[in-house]
Design a protein around this ligand. Structure first.
Ligand SMILES: Nc1ncnc2c1ncn2[C@@H]1O[C@H](COP(=O)(O)OP(=O)(O)OP(=O)(O)O)[C@@H](O)[C@H]1O
Length: 241
């Protein structure tokens, strides 16, 4: 089973410790809701697990993947796929973006073509295929990026605030693709500081709070700290009716 394991992780920027954790395991067949307030480090943690940045201390290890080619110095990159909330797209059309990676893939080309047709339908991208990816709206870009991930069917996928730019209809289309990936066994880590349609798929939760990461095997156990509202009795009320 493919997994990414982080040991004795510490992430600092300058003299500020963002978070520490002894052990984190992200593996196939788990769908995890990564929770935490703005700025607590959710994006940073995902980039660490994707091998895009290095921890200040500790190790990130990939298990269950074939060996990286000799010329690749970082053997974590390319294992767990990370999708930013403003996803990176190649210069070129929507169709080019969907099919770009096929030439480098050792997967069956007919199967990839069939999955592409299915993804175009699921993400309702048919009318956008010839359009330049750079001209898409924020929600369309996210739909395209998730469709591209759905086609290659990664073992591990990280979605960073995936529905931040999406209307309800786009959210439902993406929900269908992510549900399908879950059924195919892809491990999925979804960062969102709020519950949304996608987080309903989660069966595990990670919470970054007070510079620590806590994990649970059930989604109900992790609750974000109660929002304390302090009202100053001396302050004049606004919009009083
Ligand atoms: N390269 C960097 N150099 C210095 N500080 C950084 C760097 N990258 C991130 N930070 C800081 O680390 C903190 C965590 O950022 P991060 O984007 O991981 O948070 P987040 O939980 O994803 O936030 P949000 O929910 O708002 O998207 C922020 O205070 C950010 O300014």
């Amino acid at each position: 089973m493919a997994k990414i394991i982080a040991h004795d992780l510490e992430m600092r920027f300058g003299d500020k410790t963002l978070f520490t954790t002894q052990e984190l395991i992200f593996q196939e067949q788990q769908v995890i809701h990564l929770q935490g307030d703005n700025g607590c480090g959710k994006t940073t943690l995902m980039k660490l697990l994707a091998g895009l940045i290095k921890p200040s201390q500790g190790q990130v290890q990939a298990i269950g993947y074939s060996l990286a080619p000799w010329w690749r110095s970082n053997n974590i990159v390319g294992k767990a796929i990370y999708l930013h909330q403003h996803p990176y797209l190649f210069e070129g059309s929507v169709l080019y973006n969907l099919t770009y990676s096929f030439a480098f893939s050792d997967r069956d080309q007919h199967q990839l073509a069939a999955r592409t047709e299915q993804a175009i339908e699921m993400a309702e991208l048919g009318h956008l295929l010839p359009q330049l990816a750079s001209s898409l709206s924020g929600g369309e870009r996210q739909r395209l990026a998730i469709a591209r991930a759905w086609i290659i069917q990664p073992k591990l996928l990280m979605l960073d605030e995936p529905t931040s730019n999406m209307d309800k209809h786009s959210q439902r289309l993406v929900l269908q693709m992510v549900t399908d990936l879950k059924q195919q066994g892809t491990g999925i880590l979804i960062s969102s500081h709020q519950s949304c349609l996608l987080t309903q798929l989660c069966d595990h939760a990670w919470l970054i709070n007070n510079h620590k990461i806590s994990t649970t095997d059930t989604i109900q156990q992790v609750t974000t700290p109660t929002l304390a509202v302090h009202i100053n009795p001396n302050m004049p009320a606004t919009n009083a009716q």
